[in-house]
Design a protein around this ligand. Sequence first.
Ligand code: ADP
Length: 654
Amino acid sequence: MSASVEDIELHLNQAETQVERINALNALAYAVNRSDPKRALMLAEQAQQLSKEGDFVENPYKKGLAESMRTLGMLKMYEGEYDQAMLACSVALDLAEDAGLQEVKPSAYNTIATVYRQLGDLSTSLEYFVKQQLASEQLGDRLDAAKATVGIGVIYFDMEDYAKFLDSSEQSLAIFRELEEKYWISLALNNTSFALFKLGRQSEALQRGQEGLEISRAMNDPRGLRRILTTLGEIHLDLGEAQKALEYFTDALAQVQIAEEPDLANDALMLVGQAYIRLGQPDLARQQLLDALKHASRYKLRRNMYDCHRLLSETYKESGNYSEALKHYELYHSIKESVFSEENAQKLQNLEVLHRTQKALQDAEYFSKQYEKSRQFNEQLESEVQKRTEDLRAAYEQLERLDRTKSNFISVTAHELRTPLTVMKGYAQMLSTDPILSENQKYKELTSGIIKGSDRLDEIIQTMLLMAKIDGKALEVFPEPQDISDLIFGIASGLGVALRGREQRLVIDESLRKLPAIQVDRTAIAIVFTKLIENAIKYTPDGGVITISGSAWQPAPAVDLPDNSIEIVVSDTGIGIDPEDCELILTKFYQTGDALRHSSGKVKFKGGGPGLGLAIARGIVEAHQGKLWAESKGHDEKNYPGSQFHVVLPVKQS
Ligand code: ADP
């Protein structure tokens, strides 16, 4: 044993990877769990910690965790912390199952079996020893399977089913003999001997006991020796050979390290006392028993205490000292009673703990099922969302295709209309300059009507072509330096007739004059401001005021515009726009209100156009790296809140 511990320690020191380290820690913890439980606990906890740190899903770490939990379970069981022992073993078994790690199972089953035995649930304990046996057999570990059989035998012993105890002991003995496991052979011999003795087969019992004794002596194993000496002593005592029994018990006592194994020492002391009683030497017996009693109370061995009192009472009775005999007899009863009630209370508490542990395990199972359900639900949801996103994307692509088709249609139509229109315009010009026709007032008016109509048509076609260019991102601008106030003054003077017709006032603020010259495509920007001022006239009642002001652009954090820009605002005192429409009116073909109100009049109050003007204006401004947007408090045809159209243009074009 010690050699293998050293080997593992060497492995631990030489471990290069985390997994090697965990394996060595676990192996060491397992190896020293009996001889040095404190160290084992520390090692197993360390292994547990490292395994948790590792990627839990990886098998080597799972294995590490399973092994450390198994060992921790075992150590908790030694400490009497049954709930923790059960939990740790259940986790270990679960992980072992998951990681396909069979080696951990037998010892975990063994711990669980032992816990149930401690709690007095012998049938469940038996069940787990059987599980240990099967698991070991599956692993081909015959030694461990035979050890499980020893456990099974012990449970039958507890159940006082000595025939089955004998069967199990014989079975395990045969395997230990085959494997030449001396320590275990002597243990199994002791058990068969004890079973035979209980079944009244004393000579066979003695024979087995003797054989065990020889092996233990040859092995120089004090534990085995003590065990077999006690059994032999008991058989001889039963056979009435008290002197022989005394020899065995005394011998057993000599094998005990009193300080290290106080319970065993006490058992031996009591058995010696018992032998003296049988030998009819109550005084000697009393001496031993008083020693045993002192020893038992020092180490708080309560069961031994009341047994000592019982035996002492016997010795006093033997000597005729009835009052002492009575006193010890009473003590025997009162201590026994209190021990039993304490033990029962403890058992009850343990059962409660066990119940809670099982409940916790059931809860864990329930939650893991719930978790699985919600995981599946999430997966389903995710695929649903994915499908919807896919549908949306397809729909959006379809819309985009339709929009492109429409733009192409407009562009082609506009081009096709242009040629015949140019012809028409040419002939109309010719008619208007014809000297014969110019003299006739009626023909003159008709010709001028044709010219006006074809000019308007030309304008509409131009607008459509411009929109198609903006849509196709094909609008080219040719910037040159321009004083923006000059440009606006020029446009304003061209709209004088319309303004007068609607009795409106156009105020061009002084601030416009202070603006620096900027680089713009003159023709294009003229279209922008013409459209904005025409709209202002159109959506403002008669007598209203239109104001145009300018300033240096104040950079704002969320607005992506060159710092060196100017801002021009066209405000009116008209019907205003719903804030939620402010963005929409800038898209093509969008008109608020009734589309049937469509009128080709440019400046008639509320006379709607084709819904392209603002989209074109924005397209032109953006082609200059600028921005155009609308602001208004709302649409109100009684109070006229007015609208403001902002145009920001960079001073220089990159
Ligand atoms: P339209 O050719 O119909 O005038 P626009 O693109 O120029 O198309 O304008 C779109 C819509 O924006 C108009 O139908 C109108 O409802 C609204 N609108 C434009 N300018 C103003 C303004 N100054 N005041 C109120 N509403 C306006």
